[in-house]
Ligand binder design. Structure first.
Ligand code: NDP
Length: 287
């Protein structure tokens, strides 16, 4: 666990503490660095290990250390722990420790997630449960750990990361879709519960985001089954068909922009909402 004294300049989140699950790399890292740049102290959780049911490499301890380094380079304090969002006791212990060390938990970003493949004919018990346990129960555990502190503080922002696949259906990734739909139901329900405590609870639903979750052989072969070793360029056109705007993927920083907005003072009366950052994909399936 790292804990250094911050010396950073002031920003809209100065004096605030943000906890980010899955913060070792990808979107979680982007959120961590930007919130730190805007003044927040940061606490990161990541499991830092591969899973048998996930056929692309997950984050490492070196990835987590690099996010800590980037946050500290912004002059903010950063705590980190190797922990599993599927473990409620571990999440409660970590968040309690953050409050003890840094003073509060003002922002909880339940971002950790995995992507697993397998139709109803292929998915086994482990593939189903590891996906739902990580992508849905892990979000519950993060919110559950932060809720008592935010209620006592009478302020807070909870942000969950769903997906355009939490608003639509895909027969190749039913467990992922089911969990991400569940995240939206959970988010809206918790928004009710926290509404009288000055805490907002919202989801962001990203489209394809340019991280290791999509840039891997497993997904490339799924997109281009006609090719043995499809390249990034060869999958781009197929990835773009999932969006309405003609772009194959967005950058993590574009999700961070929505997260920062939801954390801002201007978003204090937005709760129970889903912000789609998906190059228009939701135009096909949401009212
Ligand atoms: P990454 O794979 O780069 O990041 C996900 C992070 O979550 C990794 O660091 C991973 O590392 C961590 N994580 C996974 N399982 C656990 C666990 N049980 N406990 C703690 N940490 C865990 O992908 P993204 O940054 O793209 O994904 C961020 C979120 O965005 C996810 O919820 C994802 O489902 C969602 N999303 C992504 C999209 C995309 O196209 N990339 C599209 C829509 C939504 P490790 O397993 O080693 O801990």
């Amino acid at each position: 666990m790292t804990d250094v004294v911050g010396t950073g300049s002031t920003g809209q989140f100065t004096g605030r503490v943000a906890v980010i699950t899955g913060g070792a790399r990808g979107q979680g890292r982007s959120h961590a660095v930007e919130l730190a740049r805007q003044g927040a102290d940061i606490a990161l959780v990541d499991r830092c290990a591969d899973l048998d049911t996930v056929s692309y490499p997950l984050a490492t301890a070196d990835d987590l250390a690099e996010t800590v380094r980037l946050v500290e380079a912004e002059g903010r304090r950063c705590m980190s722990a190797v922990a599993d969002v599927r473990d409620l006791d571990a999440m409660i212990g970590f968040v309690d420790g953050v409050v003890a060390a840094l003073g509060s938990v003002d922002i909880m970003i339940a971002n950790a997630g995995i992507s697993t493949l397998g139709s109803i004919f292929e998915l086994d018990a482990a593939g189903w449960s590891e996906t739902v346990d990580t992508n849905l129960t892990g979000v519950f555990n993060a919110l559950r750990a932060a809720a008592p502190h935010m209620r006592r503080q009478r302020r807070g922002r909870m942000i969950t990361i769903s997906s355009m696949m939490g608003r639509s259906a895909n027969p190749l990734i039913p467990a992922y879709c089911a969990a991400k739909w569940g995240v939206i139901g959970l988010t809206k329900s918790v928004a009710h519960d926290m509404a009288h405590s000055g805490v907002t609870v919202n989801a962001v639903a990203p489209g394809n985001i340019s991280t290791d979750m999509i840039h891997n052989d497993m997904l490339y072969r799924l997109m281009r089954p006609d090719l043995e070793h499809p390249t990034r360029d060869e999958v781009a056109a197929v990835m773009a068909t999932l969006h309405v705007q003609p772009v194959p993927w967005l950058e993590a920083e574009e999700i961070t922009a929505a997260v920062v907005f939801l954390c801002s003072e201007g978003a204090r009366h937005i709760t129970g909402s889903v912000i789609d950052v998906d190059a228009g994909a939701s135009a096909r399936f949401t009212a």
